[in-house]
Design a binder for this molecule. Structure first.
Ligand code: NAD
Length: 283
């Protein structure tokens, strides 16, 4: 009997949007470790090329960096042409580009009587522009790459897509209504597109990471001056049964599991990787 392994992933081609980010890099490392050929697609060309060169050298696997904006279909199509030329047909896609923005973040967690005189710190002070940006990046930025990068999978009647959701998709955190709603839409879209593509050989699943300290949330969870957790950061740790923030490499096992044929009967699910956060009622 053959031992169960991720060997089916060897020499497959995976596109990862936002692959130069904190979480993306760890997913690239996981895939490179089992011989996947990877295209990091990122809006930041210099960082994508630099990260790809470093990870390629470190792992001995093929990792290329390609510039594209997940909100611009023609730039994604150009990226697909480059990837097809350099790596061949695309077998897998990770939709990793996403995030929150300070302009879509309220200053106060909950309103009280004093906030009625400071509406700019509340929901009423949010700029629609910020709301639109965050919603577009997370939702449309998942939908458009799926439309473009699964075309080879359709042709080959086989493929796997992995979306990156968040704990906010189940229960919204205070302050970040745009991000929470957008990630809820990622879960919903994961289910919808999984059903839509189930009979043509393409599986679609998602990971909902718990809390990891990264560039997009550092301003919310750390006190810049002291280097300690902010009260919000401490609250997260207190509500995570394992009592800590996650490390981005904690996502590696679930990434390989969902991409591999090991999961060939799994589609339309969202797996939390959260140190128990989503299981805990707070008491
Ligand atoms: P990050 O900011 O470190 O990386 C995001 C990457 O996406 C960057 O390299 C950036 O250049 C790229 N990007 C941004 N806009 C783009 C665009 N329009 N087109 C192409 N590329 C673009 O973020 P991260 O923390 O690694 O997050 C990755 C994913 O994980 C996101 O979807 C995020 O919402 C999600 N997530 C993060 C956490 C966390 O704690 N950090 C928790 C849950 C979910």
């Amino acid at each position: 009997m053959k031992p169960i392994s991720f060997s089916d992933l060897e020499n497959k081609v995976c596109v990862i949007t936002g692959g130069a980010g904190v979480i993306g890099v760890e997913m690239v490392k996981a895939m490179a470790s089992v011989g996947v050929k990877i295209a990091i697609v990122d809006i930041n060309k210099d960082v994508a090329m630099k990260v790809a060169a470093e990870l390629s050298k470190e792992s001995g696997s093929i990792v290329i960096g390609v510039e594209a904006n997940v909100l611009d279909k023609s730039s994604l199509e150009n990226a697909k042409t480059i990837i097809n030329e350099q790596l061949g047909d695309i077998d897998m896609l990770i939709n990793g580009a996403g995030g929150n923005h300070p302009t879509a973040t309220t200053k106060v967690e909950q309103m009280d009587e004093s906030s009625i005189d400071n509406l700019e710190d509340t929901f009423y002070g949010l700029e629609m522009d910020g709301f639109d940006k965050v919603f577009a990046l997370n939702f449309k930025g998942t939908l458009l790459p799926t439309m473009v990068f699964t075309k080879d999978m359709l042709k080959n009647k086989k493929g796997a897509v992995l979306n990156i959701s968040s704990m906010n998709s189940y229960k919204p955190l205070t302050k970040i209504p745009a991000y929470s709603a957008a990630k809820a839409s990622v879960n919903n879209f994961t289910e919808w597109i999984a059903v839509h593509l189930a009979k043509v050989g393409i599986r679609v699943n998602a990971i909902a990471p718990g809390f990891f300290i990264t560039n997009q949330n550092r301003f919310l969870v750390m006190d810049e001056k002291t280097g300690n957790f902010s009260p919000r950061g401490q609250k997260i740790v207190d509500n995570t049964p394992m009592g800590k923030f996650g490390e981005p490499e904690d996502l590696q096992g679930t990434t390989l599991f969902l991409l591999s044929d090991i999961s060939s009967f799994i589609t339309g699910i969202v797996i939390p990787v959260d140190g128990g956060y989503s299981a805990f009622g707070g008491v």
